[in-house]
Design a binder for this molecule. Sequence first.
Ligand code: IFM
Length: 457
Amino acid sequence: MSLPTVFDSKSPFPADFVWGVATSAYQIEGAAAEDGKGPSIWDEFCRRPGVIADDSNGDMACDHYHRWESDLELIKGLGVDAYRFSVSWPRVRPGGAGAWNEKGLDFYERLVDGLLARGIQPYLTLNHWDLPAELQANGGWANRDTVHRFVEYASGVARRMGNRVSAFTTHNEPWVIATLGYDKGIFAPGVKSHAQAAQAAHHLLLSHGLALQALRAQGCKSRLGIVLNLSPLLPATASEADHLKTRLEDGRSVRWYMDPLFKGSYPADVLEFMGADAPKVVPGDMATIATKMDFLGVNYYTRHIVSANETWDAHDSGYDVTDMGWEVYPEGLTDLLLRLHHDYPVPPMYVKENGAAFKDELDGGRIRDVQRTDYIARHIEAVAEAIRRGVRMHGYMVWSLLDNFEWASGYEKRFGIVHVDYETQRRTLKDSALWYRDFLQRQNAARTQRSAQAIGV
Ligand code: IFM
C-alpha cells in the first residue's frame, strides 16, 4: 500500500488547512416524519417501485437524528477540524414556504453548538438534494419560484445559526440534481426532460448567487460557496469523434457550471447542442450567478473516459475499480485541481468529498478496509501534489463519516470510514478511520512543530 509522505515537517499543507469528514441529512438522519418534518422529494421518490436497488429508503438510515450526540463524540475522536453536514430543508420549513418548524431548527442549532463545544468547525450545506415535496408539486427546480423559496430558506437558516457556522455551501452537486434528477430521472424527483433539466440547472445556479447576496446583505460573516462534482474527461482513443464527444461532455459537466460561476456565461458549444432545450435566462441572471464566492468545493471520485461509439467500462482500464464500478485514479484529482486553477479565477478550493465504496467484512469486530485506506491516502497525496504545483487548497473531507443511504443504490454500497450495522445501529471504526485518525495526529504534530519553528521556540 502506498501511504502518503505528507505528514513530516515538510508537509505541503498550510497550517490552517481544514481536515474533515462529511455526511448529508437524508443519507443519515432517519426520523423522516418526526417532530414536524415534511416530506422531501427523496421520501416520495423512494416509494416508487424499483427505483432503489434494495427497495429501501431514508426513513431510519443511521438514526443520526436520535444519535447525534454520540456521533459527535465519534467525530471528535477522529481528531478532525471540521464536520460537513447538510440541513434538511423540509425539516426546518416543511412545505418549502410558509411556516417554519422550530423543532427542526432546534435540532440543527444543537448540532452546531455541539460541534463548537467539541472544537469542531461546522460546515453547513443548505441543499444536499432533499427538496420539500410540496415545491416539486409546482415543478421544483424547473420552476423559477423555487429560486426565491431557496433564498428565503437560506436566509432563515443563516439568521438562526448566524456566524457560528464556519462555511455555508448553497448546493451540493447541482449537476447530479439537474442531470440525474430532471434529465435521466434515476434520482429524485424522477423527471425525464432535457428542457426541465436545463432550466433546473439554471435555477440552481441563480438561487446560489441570490442566496450569497442575501446572506451577505444580512451580515453573515461565514465563508460562502458552492460544491461541484467534477472529473477530468479523457477521450478513449485518438479519433476525432472521441475528441469531439469528450469536449462536449466536458462542456456539459464541467464548463456548464464553472463558466457561469466564474465567467458569467454558459459555454456556447453546449448552448448550441441544447438548441430549443436551452434554459430561459432573464437579463441580469448571469451577473448574479457570478457573484464572488469565498471558496469553491470540489467533490472528486474518479475520471471519465469518453468514447463516441461505446460505453466505457472502467473494469477495462487496468486500474482498480471500486464497488460503484468507478476507476481508482488519484492522478485525476491533481489534474482536475490544476486545470481549475489555470482556467478560472477560483477562490481557495476544498475537496469537500472524496472516498470509496468497497465491500467490507467484519473480522472479529475489525474491518480491514485496505482498499479504502489506500484510496484515501493516495487522494490526499494527490491534493498535496496540487499544492506543491501552486494550487491554493484549504481543505479535504472524507466521504463519508458513516456508511449510509447511497441514494439509488440503497444500503448496498458502503462509503463510510465508520461501519454501521443497520440492525443494531452499532458504529465500528474501520481501519480507514483508524488510519485517518493517526494521519491527522501526525499532521497536527507537524503543524505544532512548524509554528514552534516559526516563533523560534
Ligand atoms: O453519497 C454521495 C453524496 O451524497 C454526493 N456525492 C457522491 C456520494 C457518493 O456517491
